[in-house]
Design a protein. Structure first.
Length: 186
């Protein structure tokens, strides 16, 4: 599906985007990711990005586009910019708005593109349309075959959920957090 296609992924160091990068690469896409700062660039490349745009401005991504698919998780100006980087007739999937929920669009910027779809991915709605079991089995097999890495950066007791959630919201770590329900020393 994505073989030789160009994919732009924003918010590349987030837990979901790290998976999206790997899946896009496995599909044969040319992947461009973003990183808030140069310190995070290596993480994005390791996840599968061919190119990394450092900083909040997506304008440098134009040099690698136009894109056949955008996976956008920042919202705000990033979403506004990403929509202008698509080829006609394709989709921008938005996963969230970690930078800003507010987007101001000048519709005239999209008139030359045509046919662009903005799709808000909501997991509960997706589960109403399609059972997750096949997709989860496929992902589990990719993990078992070591084709999909699960970047766990934080492990803590579930009693520390408030602290871990705060660190996640403050972007103090990339990847996933695992909360243990029982002590690991059992």
């Amino acid at each position: 599906m994505l073989l030789h296609k160009r994919v732009l992924i924003t918010g590349s160091t987030g837990g979901v985007s790290l998976f999206v990068h790997q899946l896009a690469r496995l599909s044969g896409a040319y992947v461009v990711g973003t990183a808030r700062n140069a310190r995070l660039e290596a993480i994005v490349r390791e996840a599968g990005a061919d190119e990394v745009i450092v900083g909040d401005d997506l304008e440098p991504a134009r040099a690698y586009g136009p894109y056949d698919l955008v996976i956008e998780s920042l919202g705000g100006n990033a979403l506004k910019s990403a929509l202008s980087l698509l080829v006609p007739g394709v989709t921008c999937v938005t996963l969230g708005w970690s930078a800003s929920p507010d987007v101001t669009l000048d519709i005239r910027n999209f008139m030359p593109i045509g046919g662009v779809t903005l799709y808000k991915l909501v997991m509960l709605a997706e589960l109403d349309r399609r059972a997750a079991s096949e997709d989860l089995a496929w992902l589990a097999q990719l993990v078992a075959d070591q084709q999909l890495r699960t970047p766990i950066e934080v492990e803590a007791s579930w009693h520390d959920i408030g602290e871990v959630a705060q660190r996640l919201q403050q972007r103090q770590f990339t990847g996933k957090a695992v909360l243990h329900l029982m002590s690991k020393s059992i």
